[in-house]
Design a binder for this molecule. Structure first.
Ligand code: SF4
Ligand code: SF4
Ligand code: SF4
Length: 216
């Protein structure tokens, strides 16, 4: 079996929440690290003991306890945005590995609960702390079908981001300024950055004010 085939088979056993608790940039990179002998099989909290046993059986190795320094298994959760406080900064959209958040710049954002893997990655970037992880109700287990769907969405997102990057590069190449114009643009960059920072500060201040007003 080639290394790619083995990584495919390992990846097929991983939960695909793309939560990065294993210390890798998603399930596929972890599968590749196991294949290359760079990572042990017990670093995936969402997979828990059943996942470790499946990996051990595939690789013909003894199972071992979950490395709890990577995190603890827990009930399936879903992200919920308190839309009253959202300032529409889009940072959560950029963090979500499966495109489970919809919204636009300066507009309220919301989570598609059926798409959310519970990975938690959108919580930390939110500058106004308006995203909470809540247990799925009624409680249910994360299934293999959920994992396969999440893998497809994660890949579709990666392909979309790559397309967008290539289009951006092509646009920039088409508009490449003459050297003198480029020097002007470089000189203007700090001012543009300062304006952007000020806009974010203003938005945060407005959000803080709103929060103060709605507090009982
Ligand atoms: S589910 Fe999370 S911890 Fe498990 S392999 Fe995927 S990214 Fe790593
Ligand atoms: S909405 Fe948040 S918790 Fe849900 S998949 Fe996206 S980043 Fe993860
Ligand atoms: S990170 Fe927070 S404030 Fe920014 S768009 Fe997402 S929910 Fe709204």
């Amino acid at each position: 079996m080639s290394a790619t085939e083995l990584a495919d088979r390992i990846d097929a056993l991983l939960p695909q929440t793309q939560c990065r608790q294993c210390g890798f940039d998603g399930c596929r990179p972890y599968a590749q690290a196991i294949t290359g002998g760079e990572a042990d099989i017990n670093r995936c909290p969402p997979g828990d003991d059943a996942g470790i046993q499946a990996l051990a059986a595939l690789l013909g190795r003894p199972a071992k306890p979950l490395d709890t320094s990577r995190g603890q298994p827990g009930p399936l959760k879903v992200a919920v945005i308190d839309e009253r406080h959202c300032i529409g900064c889009t940072l959560c959209i950029q963090a979500c590995p499966v495109d489970a958040i919809v919204g636009a710049n300066k507009r309220m954002h919301t989570v598609l609960p059926d798409w959310c893997t519970g990975c938690d990655l959108c919580v930390a970037p939110c500058p106004v702390d308006c995203i909470a992880m809540v247990p799925v109700a009624p409680p249910r287990a994360w299934t293999r079908q959920d994992a396969d769907t999440a893998r497809r969405r994660h890949r579709a997102r990666a392909e979309r981001l790559e397309d967008e990057r290539l289009q951006r590069e092509a646009r920039l190449a088409a508009r490449a300024p003459a050297p003198a114009a480029a020097a002007c643009a470089q000189a203007a960059a700090p001012a543009a950055e300062a304006r952007k920072r000020a806009a974010i500060e203003n938005a945060l201040a407005r959000a803080r004010e709103r929060r103060q007003r709605v507090r009982p």
